[in-house]
Design a protein around this ligand. Structure first.
Ligand code: LMR
Length: 393
């Protein structure tokens, strides 16, 4: 049966984990997969997660199945984190999902059931896994202009123009904050203009919020979700708790669907739960209970906000550090866009063969598009990194 199969290509992002791990050089640098790292290059469990886990160990009575929608407390708390009071609770449903990816996959199933042949417009470029994940589920995807890689800004006019030509009923995938891979987000007035066209054209917003709290703050980063919630009849929102709670391998996220009214919400709810049953049956529990324990306790929540702000601050500092080092080592090139980006990622803005040289000659790993995870930069490796980049320019 398997003789007809050919080996699948290594994943553009996850493949780098193994490549970097197998590299024997001691000065190698991993700027690939999006995980947070400390100044020591580690990805520790957040203190607040440790505290929540201890409480769970002390009090958890059962490991029996939870339902297809997951933990109701988690769902209510995630709905609040996402929408605050911007959406009519009767119109929204939120379910727990195995990471942001699981939420996206369930959303794809829902879209296909509601509107077979639906088209989803995605930013050009978008997260490398959006296309295989959503396209592989059966959705038709089309790119719309987003990033100007010469000037490292958003192509706002082109984007608005493309939106204004999209057929009514199409879905538009938006990155709520910390656009992956560019790190460049619309400004608030751009978001308002985008939302106006979405309403005018009767498009359905599909917002992926994988980095809430990594750009400015938990509230500011949810601006477009909350703004749209007051304007549109229907919307899909996917959240990930991988980054802001550091729960990567525990696979926890959520899917929220805003519906036109309560009756529609109840139908969508039944469909979503049925889809879950046909894919992974029930979601994993641990990460969601950790998140619910933190968000449901004011002290733990306050401590989490502090840790989140520290992560956000470190990402910002590392961008400045690399830009400063590059000013000195490669003064002929302007890398100031590094400092303007938000969240984990941005493009370095170098060619694919230069990315390749950085890997082969210097053990510096990044995605082929020259997307870097700024959390991989430290005060100790920044000079080596800047020298290596300068040498390949
Ligand atoms: C990334 O973009 O590096 C992360 O979202 C991890 C992943 O699954 O690709």
């Amino acid at each position: 049966m398997f003789e007809a199969l050919e080996a699948a290509a290594a994943d553009a992002i996850l493949g780098l984990i193994t490549e970097h791990k197998n590299d024997p050089r001691s000065d190698k640098i991993d700027l690939g997969v999006g995980v947070f790292r400390t100044a020591e290059g580690e990805t520790p469990v957040l203190d607040v997660v440790k505290q929540a886990e201890q409480r769970i160990i002390d009090t958890q009575q059962s490991k029996a199945y939870i339902g297809t929608a997951g933990d109701p407390d988690f769902n209510a708390l995630m709905q609040d984190l996402t929408f605050a009071d911007a959406a009519d609770a009767d119109r929204v449903l939120t379910i727990q999902a195995p990471g942001g990816s699981g939420a996206l996959r369930v959303a794809a199933g829902l879209i296909l059931r509601a509107r077979p042949g639906a088209r989803v417009w995605v930013t050009d470029p978008t997260w490398a896994n959006h296309i295989p994940l959503l396209g592989g589920a059966g959705l038709e995807l089309e790119p719309y202009p987003y990033y100007d890689d010469e000037n490292h800004v958003i192509r706002v006019d082109d984007m608005l123009d493309a939106l204004s030509k999209m057929p009514a009923g199409d879905l538009v995938l938006l990155h709520a904050c910390c656009h992956n891979p560019s790190g460049v987000d619309p400004r608030e007035d751009d978001w308002r203009a985008i939302a106006d066209i979405i309403v005018e054209r009767d498009l359905v917003p599909f917002v992926d919020m994988a980095y809430q709290g990594f750009a400015h703050s938990l509230n500011d980063d949810a601006f477009i979700v909350r703004h749209l919630a007051g304007l549109v009849p229907e919307m899909i929102v996917t959240n990930s708790c991988s980054k802001n709670f550091g729960l990567y391998r525990d696979r926890v996220g959520s899917l929220s669907v805003l519906c036109a009214d309560k009756a529609s919400r109840d139908i969508v709810n039944s469909q979503v739960n049925n889809i879950v049953r046909t894919i992974y049956s029930v979601p994993p529990d641990h990460g969601a209970v950790v998140v619910a324990t933190i968000l449901g306790d004011s002290e733990l929540k306050a401590a989490w906000r502090v840790e989140l702000a520290e992560m956000r601050g470190r990402l910002r500092e590392m961008r400045v550090l690399l830009n400063d080092a590059l000013k000195e080592k490669a003064p002929e090139r302007d890398f100031s866009h590094l400092v303007r980006a938000r969240g984990m990622f941005c493009f370095l803005g170098i060619a694919e063969d230069q990315v390749d040289r950085l890997k082969k000659e210097y053990g510096v790993y990044m995605v082929g598009s020259s997307r870097i995870n700024t959390a991989g930069i430290t005060a100790r490796n920044v000079n080596y990194l800047a020298d290596a980049i300068a040498a390949t320019l």
